[in-house]
Write a protein that binds this ligand. Structure first.
Ligand code: NAD
Ligand code: MG
Length: 398
């Protein structure tokens, strides 16, 4: 394989760091072309000095200035700033691979740009697909981009599907291929067994302490409410073009099975591994080849107590909201995603309680105009409308 040039959006985050770890151990195959982050200057400085990318993009202008001044004299990285720069490091013709690992709706435009520019797009940023759905998949169909799911569940499903489905992401003929169901597993997060009556008292630190995975704060809170599984449900619907009876959420607290595919003959094919994102990232980078990822092998003599159960919507109302939104349509999924981003941030800032997240998400859906057109302007307007409504509800309650 020739040396592949990679752009990493969200390079300072949890997924960005795991991606850089894999590049560190496979330097003969991958080279960092560009990195982007919001504002963490110190981390970006050290990444520039280590990987010497052509470009480093800071979304925040002051952060870009600070990075420029702090870079060592012998570092030739050019520091850019703003949304246009994010898009240009995805479209640059020297780039082979784009890791889309910005958190939230902010990742939409550069990720779509990478698809339009026919890159291998490693999709971690599930919110981008949830908020744009059909538009994203249409862009994919009109391009020769290769979209590789990084989310561990979708990556597991991809690995467990027949190659004919792998070649048709966004329009998999599941029924024709003998697939009866995608089994989307989820750990249930830190509050799977916590006394229901005490959920309003949950603190941000408790919500971010996931039992199995180490992740960014937004996705950690989403895992605690199981909104993450709801967003993943919508993500799976688009990636694998499912009908309502073709996806089922299964709680599997050990997070060793990362998801499964059930076939009409009764077979179930699963992907197993450590709860370590370097496995799906390495797979997405090298597919159809395999790459050393630094992840320890599973030791089956140490694995015990595999358990499974159905999700409880009373405990996890956000999961139900997301599944309902998935079938209501794009206006609902875009609004829910946007409202949830505002609520999670407000929860992390101590402005609302843990159980308010689901309650406010529901109110935003009730108060929003959910009609939407499948174009970027309409999607961004719907996203903005939901953010404004959520903020109004939060500030009234405060
Ligand atoms: P994180 O919070 O650790 O990192 C987020 C990154 O995005 C940072 O580099 C930050 O600088 C950048 N960023 C934030 N806001 C931005 C903005 N407005 N513009 C540009 N850059 C911005 O998050 P993470 O855990 O790495 O998650 C990243 C994405 O991957 C999320 O969409 C998440 O749902 C998804 N994901 C993460 C995991 C995981 O294990 N961490 C697993 C599956 C999917
Ligand atoms: Mg996941």
């Amino acid at each position: 394989m020739s040396l592949q040039q990679i752009t990493i959006l969200g390079a300072t985050g949890s997924i960005g760091s795991s991606t850089l770890d894999i590049i560190r151990i496979n330097p003969e195959q991958y080279q960092v072309f560009a990195i982007a982050a919001q504002q963490s200057v110190e981390k970006m400085r050290s990444l520039c000095e280590e990987f010497n990318p052509v470009y480093a993009v800071m979304v925040n202008e002051n952060a870009a200035k600070a990075l420029r001044t702090s870079l060592a004299n012998d570092c030739s990285t050019q520091v850019l700033c703003g949304q246009d720069a994010l898009v240009s490091i995805c479209q640059d013709e020297r780039v082979d691979i784009v890791m889309a690992a910005i958190v939230g709706a902010a990742g939409l435009l550069p990720t779509i740009a990478a698809v339009k520019a026919n890159k291998r797009v490693l999709l971690a940023n599930k919110e981008a697909l949830v908020m744009s759905g059909e538009l994203f998949i249409n862009e994919l169909r009109n391009s020769s981009a290769l979209l590789m799911p990084v989310d561990s569940e979708h990556n597991a499903i991809f690995q467990s599907l027949p190659s004919a489905a792998q070649q048709q992401i966004g329009h998999c003929p599941l029924e024709e291929l003998g697939v009866s169901k995608l089994l989307l597993t989820g750990s249930g997060g830190p509050f799977l067994t916590r006394e229901l009556a005490t959920l309003p008292d949950v603190t941000p630190a408790q919500a971010c302490a996931h039992p199995n995975w180490t992740m960014g704060r937004k996705i950690s809170v989403d895992s605690a409410t199981m909104m993450n599984k709801g967003l993943e449900y919508i993500e799976a619907r688009w990636l694998f073009d499912t009908q309502p009876n073709q996806i089922e959420v299964v709680i599997h607290p050990q997070s060793v099975i990362h998801s499964m595919v059930q076939y009409i003959d009764g077979s179930v094919i699963a992907q197993l591994g450590q709860p370590d994102m370097r496995t799906p990232i390495a797979y997405a980078m090298a597919y159809p080849q395999r790459l050393t990822s630094g992840v320890a092998p599973l030791d089956f003599s140490q694995l015990k107590d595999f358990s499974f159960k159905a999700p409880d919507y009373q405990r996890f109302p956000c999961l139900k909201l997301a599944i309902d939104a998935c079938y209501y349509g794009q206006g609902a999924t875009t609004s829910l995603n946007a409202a949830n981003e505002i609520c999670v941030e407000a929860f992390l800032q101590g402005e609302i309680g843990f159980t308010d997240i689901a309650a406010i998400n529901q109110q935003v859906l009730d108060q929003s105009d959910l009609s939407i057109a499948s174009c970027l302007e309409s999607i961004l307007a719907t996203d903005q409308q939901a953010r404004t409504i959520a903020q109004t509800i939060i500030s009234k309650g405060a």
